[in-house]
Ligand binder design. Sequence first.
Ligand code: TYD
Ligand code: MG
Length: 457
Amino acid sequence: MARDGAVYVCQSCGATQSKWAGQCPACSAWNTMVEETQVRQPGALAPTKASRQRGLAFEGLTGETPPPPRIITGIEEFDRVCGGGVVPGSAILVGGDPGVGKSTLLMQVVGAAARRGASCAYISGEEAVEQVRSRAQRMGLADAPVQLAAETSLRDIVDGLKRARLDLVVIDSIQTLWSDAHEAGPGSVTQVRAAAGELVRLAKKQGVAIILVGHVTKEGTIAGPRVIEHMVDAVLAFEGERGYPFRILRGAKNRFGATDEIGVFEMADSGLREVRNPSALFLDTSGERAAGAAVFAGIEGSRPVLVEFQALVAPSAYGTPRRAVVGWDSGRLAMVLAVLESRCGLALGNRDVYLNVAGGLRINEPAADLAAAAALASSALDVALPQDCVVFGEVSLSGDVRPVSRMDSRLKEAAKLGFRQALAPKDAEGGPLHLNGVLRLADAIARIGGGNWDLSS
Ligand code: TYD
Ligand code: MG
């Protein structure tokens, strides 16, 4: 192998350059450039004689392609996010903050898959076998035929996996692996990239599905994995707000399924519990709804989910009013506030504004605009929305309320949970709920302020 000499690699984004720098020129992170020795495979890209002779064989788009086979693990929330089970020979990266529950989730996944007859292994580079075993036993997996190992040497892992005939392997975590072909330390971009490359190749060759665990750095990217995301077939993010038991598994990339799926779990004493009906979890249906609360009928992946937006508009104690938001985009909040102010005459400019999505869920849909606006207006005007009303709709800068995707599913889910009316775009007609349709945000605010609801609850 030819040595190219020392290069400096950004540990955050993987950018390389020949000189050290205090700040990465690519991602602007400070103190992330670390010297690593790069090893180049000689002639990796040069066409070989054989490939030149074979040439390219083209095929048409027509023709039958059977769907890939799947290993069904039996943890439904996980299987769905993977696109209906794990594809044999695929590589999946599961990323998340330390302590969010990645090891717990994946032990349950291999445990459940092993019980269903798949041949499964769990390789830990972070904990001793005894630790992993005692945790599995606490989670009620003592009888699951999972093979455990504690190993960090990439060479030993690859050799072992070549000999064992396995269907599904978890490697916890990619940052603990080291390969003796590289001088950089474990967790460095060079090592992570080398280990991932080798394991992905092995997965394809042996037909074994490999799940790699990756820890996320402070910046929210999986350390190193910006550089390995393109190598794996699927990237799943395991998220959870501190202080809440809910955990959400979100597909960020998936070559074998949709990427907007979520799986919902609850962390309990004996591991993670699947949550089949997230709306019931995120929504407190008992008691009166206070001023400042609005129930948003959202869609997460393929499923409708109802969550409560809570707003508090308060007099500002300081010159610069505070804007704090949890679970929603702060840029979007600024936009909704500006539209409320300039199109609806609701002066919030010199008031503190707090907005919170209850339950620890993070909402990314533009459809939540109207729910946020309704919660803000309800708090500012000190008028509660009807108890039995859900809200959704996109708000444009001109102050229009725009239709959103899958309005039917949103209304149906709300009806199922006992809601009777909706504050929504005018086009959402025909659903099972009574519709308070609005074309403009100002109409919605007038309705909230005047307590002007068609159904009095
Ligand atoms: P873990 O899976 O080790 O997190 P990660 O691998 O992402 O770093 O989970 C650690 C947390 O989960 C820890 O704070 C304790 C909690 N936990 C439970 O609450 N119940 C359980 O049954 C288990 C196994 C963990
Ligand atoms: Mg762990």
